[in-house]
Design a protein around this ligand. Structure first.
Ligand SMILES: C[S@@+](CC[C@H](N)C(=O)[O-])C[C@H]1O[C@@H](n2cnc3c(N)ncnc32)[C@H](O)[C@@H]1O
Length: 278
């Protein structure tokens, strides 16, 4: 049977807390202006599905000062950290243990449903999108960051050429975990097949010019959190994975080097017409 949480170990690792902090610092400044287009009403309900440590749930609560933001996740340690970090935003900001496969909310509850850095890590993306659509009001929006591991570009060279790593590791990691590590490009067809409207894809540029330190911190966290699993699930050994990541980090740290991670930000609107009966 398909494991619904094949990255459970990596998601709960301390390196993930570092990663989410670095990702938020790299991505949020470019992502924040994109939220203006949803124009959520005063007192809007916002869901952050797979909220992790609440990095973005808290930023959303600050960006929309009358909104009520619910962050849900299945890792209690992340939820506890989020509650302790962002207690000053209660009761507008709350965190609950729920799965994106089976949300507790009634149909059409949220004006805006956010799901960042989750869809690449779970199977049955279409089921999850259907659940996110179910809890979003008619005319409301989905805001997604579906990671795509074909959108990382490094300079080549050396015995551990990063281009070889990104060509070889994601397909085998994805098939071993029954997940789509190229969901960034595949989500468009899923959303269109579900008749969602106004589907757009914008790109955040995490690169060595804009976000060198954060980019390096992300790669360090990936190395620390994922080398074991890469060694177990792909033809690349754990030791080689560490060497590949170290080469990438050196490339990012090199003041004359260039590397880029293109991060897709996907928006879609739930059609006005449609039933909200639970
Ligand atoms: C890479 S983190 C992203 C966290 C957050 N969205 C952010 O952007 O900072 C992915 C999160 O998805 C959560 N997750 C994985 N499967 C889930 C599920 N079935 N239901 C809810 N959360 C899930 C993980 O526990 C993890 O905290």
């Amino acid at each position: 049977m398909t494991d619904l949480n094949p990255q459970a170990r990596q998601m709960a690792d301390e390196s993930m807390v570092r990663n989410l902090d670095a990702q938020a610092r790299a991505i949020w400044p470019q992502e924040k202006p994109l939220f203006a287009r949803y124009a959520p009403p005063a007192g809007a309900h916002i869901l952050d599905a797979g909220c992790g440590t609440g990095e973005i749930s808290s930023r959303l609560a600050e960006l929309f000062p009358t909104a009520r933001v619910l962050g849900i996740d299945i890792i209690d340690a992340h939820l506890d950290l989020a509650r302790s970090r962002y207690g000053s935003l209660r009761p507008r900001l709350t965190f609950e243990h729920q799965s994106v496969f089976e949300l507790a909310a009634e149909n059409c509850t949220f004006d805006l449903t956010v799901c960042r850095h989750v869809l690449h890590a779970i199977p049955h993306v279409d089921r999850v999108i259907a659940e996110l659509v179910r809890v979003t009001r008619r005319g409301g929006f989905l805001h997604l960051i579906p990671e795509d591991y074909g959108m990382l570009h490094f300079q080549g060279g050396g015995p551990h050429d990063p281009r070889t790593f990104w060509y070889e590791a994601p397909p085998s990691f994805g098939s071993a975990t029954e997940t789509d590590l190229f969901i960034g490009r595949n989500i468009f067809g899923i959303l269109r097949a579900m008749n969602l409207e106004d589907v757009t894809i914008d790109y955040i540029t995490v690169d060595t010019i804009r976000t060198r330190d954060e980019f390096a911190a992300i790669l360090e966290a990936w190395r620390d959190g994922y080398a074991d699993a890469i060694g177990e699930l792909t033809p690349i050994t754990r030791e080689a994975a560490i060497e590949y990541f170290n080469q990438m980090i050196a490339n990012i740290r090199d003041p004359h080097g260039y590397a880029v991670w293109m991060v897709p930000v996907v928006a879609a609107r739930v059609p006005e017409a449609g039933s909200c009966v639970s």
